[in-house]
Structures are given as structure tokens and as C-alpha cells.
Ligand binder design. Sequence first.
Ligand code: FAD
Length: 338
Amino acid sequence: MHSTISTDICIIGAGPVGLFAVFEAGLLKLRCHVVDALPQVGGQLSEIYPKKPIYDIPGFPEVLAGDLVQNLMRQIEPFHPTFTLGERVEKFEKLEDGSFSLLTTDGTDIRCKAIAIAGGLGSFEPRKPAIDELDRFEGGKGVYYMVRDPETFRDQRLVIAGGGDSALDWTIFLANVAKEVTLVHRGTTFRGAADSAEKVKALHDAGRVNLVLSSNVTHVHGNGHLEAVTITANDGTARSLEVDSFIPLFGLTPKLGPIGEWGLEIEDDAVKVNTLDYSTSVPGVYAIGDINTYPGKLKLILCGFHEAALMAQGAYKHIFPDKRYVLKYTTVNGVPTL
Ligand code: FAD
């Protein structure tokens, strides 16, 4: 059954800027619902560089990207934001009373009074391997490009393909969930963390993971649902393997995606905003962080945080045009809960 969620501000994108926007909106007692196409929060920080240190966050001489995301989640906890993860916002429409309805890929309907697009570089789309008829088994029929819920694969026979961190990490995790896990990698060495590669080799030595190196998955077979894959070695020899699911994990690339089709003014693949409050060409819709553009724009987390603060003020005025807001510091206000 499709769910309907009601909130004050719907934030599209759970990257650092979308998360901090929850804090700034929370100070104004505005409730937020955050949607992200990825199954986890953190945007680029979680998806691209979780272990990289960041040196330009005020007050943190050095912080790992993954730790910054965790801190942001702690910081917004008092405001009880709600999340829809693993679903992309496809479209929105303005309702007669001036509020908005947003629809996700999975049919979740979010009703809100203002929208903050914090979509970064756009939504991350999986890099799909060039295998004929792969799309026949998408949509829950045996081919998955990301792991949203590991329980989907309980007691299944799985083939995972890839040589990066995602392929290694999920092989390790799913070895405890699935009946049989086979990791197929085109090379002999892994791009992912050495420690994870060691763990996968140890699981292989213990007979808990099948490791097929110097090979690719080249064909998928099944009648309605995936039933088998063909694995072809670099020397040309091929064999068939019966499977319930195939998970190719070759990374994700960001694409502006549906945001570009929402009738907003776009320049260079980014949403044009008014720096007064980061409003877009549609009243009640704001754009903050990497997704927006204006003269002098810097694609930095620091700048996105500033934009989130001004956006929240703008959204407050949009939602309550007759109320006057007097800025108070958090030391005076404390961090109020909703
Ligand atoms: P993002 O982090 O890109 O998050 C946007 C989120 O929106 C994504 O999770 C995406 O899935 C989601 N989304 C998009 N469209 C939709 C949709 N239609 N429906 C649902 N969800 C959607 N910046 C610094 O300040 N300091 C650094 O040291 C630094 N180092 C970096 C190193 C690397 C390797 C890279 C790639 C970037 C670095 N940056 C750094 C830049 C920084 O990561 C970005 O400025 C920051 O991530 C922007 O945050 P954001 O919240 O705007 O967007």
C-alpha cells in the first residue's frame, strides 16, 4: 500500500546540506520529512568518500566524512525528522491551497507546505553492466543495483559482481544472510579497501563465499524471474550458475534526473536561486547545496549550511506570511523539540 506523509517542509536529498536544513527548520519549529534515492543518509559523503578527512568544517580541524554525517544525524535528532530512503522524488505538484504533493518512485505521497531541494549533483544512478535483457529482471525480479534491505536476500543464492568497496562490503555482510554468495570480479585484485578484500578471501578460505576472479557475468536467464547467470572467464570459458538474485555493484553516477524536468529555471545543470532566501522560480520551492547556482556559487558543505539557514527563514515566511520571526540564538532558545 502506498503511504501518504504530511509535513511542513519536504527536503529532497539527505546529503549534509539536506540534513542540516532539518536543524535550521527545527529551530523555527518546522517539521521536516527527508527523502533520498539512496538507501542511506549522507549524500556524497557516505556514497563517495566516507573515510576521507574534511578540513574545512568550522570548529572541526579534521573530521571524517562519515563521522560528520553521524554528527549531523545526532544534531537533528531533537527535531524528530522522518525519512523515506531508497526512493527518488519523481515529481511534485502545487495543490489548490498552495501546498505541495510530491510523489516518489515507489508511490509515496508527501504533502508539505514548502519544498527544499538539496539534491546535490542529482540522484545517484547505478552503472549498469552491458548485459542483454538485464532490464527484464529489474523491479524485484532478481536483478538489484543496490541493497536496500538485506533481508530481501535471506536464504537466497546470490551472485554479486564488482571489485570496489560496495561489492566487498555486501559480500561480507550477505554471507551471513544468504544461502550462497558468489562474488564475480573481472580482475584478480580488488579496488576496495585492503582490509575488506582480506575478509572476503578469509570467507572464501572458510568455504562461506565463492570467489570467481578474472571473470564477468555475461548473460542472465529466467522466465519472469531470474533463474541463472552465465559467468564467462577472461580466457573465454563459460559456465552457468543457478541463482535467485544478481547484484551488480559497479558504482553510482550522479545525474540531475527528474529535478531538471520540474519547470524550475535551470542553468548549467543546476537550479537558479535568489540568494536572499535560496528560493527558486516557483514560490515555496527552495534549492540549497550543490544543486543550486548563483553568481559566486561554491560547491562546499560550508556554503550549503549557510544556504540552509537562510532557506529555513524564507520557508517560514512563506508558510506563515503574517507571523513575524525574531531571530534568537540557540543559547537563548536552547534546542527546542517539536
Ligand atoms: P549531496 O551530498 O550530493 O547529496 C544530495 C542527495 O540528494 C544525494 O544523496 C542524492 O541521492 C539525493 N537526491 C538527488 N535527487 C534526488 C531525488 N530526485 N529524489 C531523492 N533524492 C535525490 N566539500 C567540502 O566542503 N569539503 C571537502 O573536503 C570536500 N571534499 C570532497 C571530496 C570529494 C571526493 C567530493 C566528490 C566532494 C567533496 N566536497 C567537499 C563537496 C561536498 O561533498 C559537496 O559540496 C556536498 O556533498 C554537497 O552536499 P549536498 O547535501 O548539497 O548534496
